[in-house]
Design a protein around this ligand. Structure first.
Ligand SMILES: *[C@@H]1O[C@H](CO)[C@@H](O)[C@H](O)[C@H]1NC(C)=O
Length: 214
């Protein structure tokens, strides 16, 4: 008798615990079902945003508008007038072609610009001395900045552009007779002198061969 009452009470408590257990399972299942969709959509949305960012991320960092040799629609490229016109149009960036004279002076000049200015299709910057280039430049000089087709040294060109643009690219031309010899050192020494006073500007030096038409 004693034993039966004991076993009955045990089975009763077992059934209570089973009911309690199944209620817990149900509650947890409901919670799980309730939080599953938000979690699912959170990750879907995150994935969508990541894909969107990969595709359109450049919008937050848009490309710079770069005037190669200044604005060549109004003057010969790489002349003072071309630089002034580009700066007046508020471009983001100016690309300056750099060529070296036979006596090692760096001018903001491309062989083809020199040829157009001199009217001689076979002349090259590297075959002319800085004196000859300055004489040629003087013949195209004007007091009006819109007509001033004089040739600038890279110091002059950097000074002119530095405070008006977000980026300056020096497109260094390797040409005869000196070719690469000491060219990078020459350019970098001028850049490092300039950078002290132009520390707010970025300079990107790009060595290109003179045969590369860019
Ligand atoms: C053109 O340039 C070349 C190379 O510098 C030179 O030899 C030639 O005499 C020049 N021609 C004229 C007409 O100046």
């Amino acid at each position: 008798m004693h034993r039966t009452r004991d076993s009955r009470s045990r089975s009763k408590s077992k059934s209570i615990s089973r009911r309690f257990c199944s209620r817990n399972v149900m509650i947890f299942s409901l919670i799980f079902l309730a939080i599953l969709p938000p979690i699912f959509f959170h990750f879907r949305l995150r994935r969508f945003n990541q894909i969107q960012l990969r595709r359109c991320g450049w919008i937050h960092n848009p490309p710079l508008v770069c005037a190669h040799g200044g604005d060549s629609s109004v003057a010969f490229p790489n002349t003072i007038a071309a630089y002034h016109s580009a700066l007046d149009s508020r471009v983001d960036c100016i690309e300056i072609d750099v060529s070296r004279s036979s006596d090692g002076v760096l001018f903001a000049l491309h062989d083809r610009d020199l040829q157009r200015l001199s009217g001689n299709t076979s002349s090259r910057v590297g075959h002319m001395s800085s004196k000859q280039i300055r004489e040629l430049s003087a013949s195209h000089q004007s007091t009006e900045k819109i007509n001033d087709e004089s040739i600038a040294t890279i110091q002059d060109a950097l000074m002119l552009a530095a405070s008006s643009v977000r980026q300056i690219i020096l497109d260094v031309k390797v040409g005869p007779p000196l070719y690469e010899k000491g060219l990078a050192k020459d350019v970098l020494s001028i850049v490092s002198i300039m950078i002290v006073s132009l520390s707010h500007c970025m300079l990107h030096v790009d060595m290109a061969s003179s045969s590369c038409r860019s």
